[in-house]
Design a protein around this ligand. Sequence first.
Ligand code: G3P
Ligand code: CA
Length: 245
Amino acid sequence: MTPPGFMAIAHRGASSYAPENTFAAFDLAIAMGARHIELDVHFSSDGHLVVIHDDAVNRTTDGAGPVTGHSLAALTALDAGAWFDPRFKGERIPTLGAVLERYKGRAHVHVEIKGHSAGLAQKTADLVRARGVAGQVTITSFQIAKLEETRAYAPELPTGWLVGQVSDASIAQARAMGLTQLCPRADTVTPALVSRLHAERFVVRAWGVATEDLMRQVVTAGADGMTVNFPDKLLAYLAAGPLRP
Ligand code: G3P
Ligand code: CA
């Protein structure tokens, strides 16, 4: 499922309003009208793909220690909601498989390979294929090696490279690798940059949108999408028609 138009991507779900990377945050994003969600994946100690941002569980759960030091059973026993607000007590760290199943046909999932473990790219692609959702997933990473592995192992999957600032070198490398998207930090997005990347046939998808001003700036620069913690505000802005003449 890849809806047409500007990609309003709920960053770790609607993470301004619900605990990031949980079903509560993803469900809320969908309820707000988002048709794209973003999430981060790591390996558990026993080789399962789990959805959590940090390398360690400390910030977003009631546990401690590295994600890769916990089994799936141990990770899913942690509370991943109460740190955000007591109302969300009982939220769990989801598996990538459960997320793909839950939102199949309802949202495009932008998977960021966040962990550094060997085999993450291949296991992610295996899971996407097994669930039959290749058409509704984009693989992204700051780690070019993970994107190289994805391109080699699963060339059918679209890929996006998260970068701070786009450079001549990053454009050349992305072109050589056949990446679909270049994903610059939002405060570097200008109309000139977007035109240049569109001329190179890249999809331009921004990240790091901290304010509504920056959100509007990315839209009016002509980008194709962005991750945002407050998808309701972006969707309302798009509905008001900023792109119409
Ligand atoms: O959209 C990409 C964005 O998620 C990258 O930053 O730290 O939130 O994973 P981070
Ligand atoms: Ca991310």
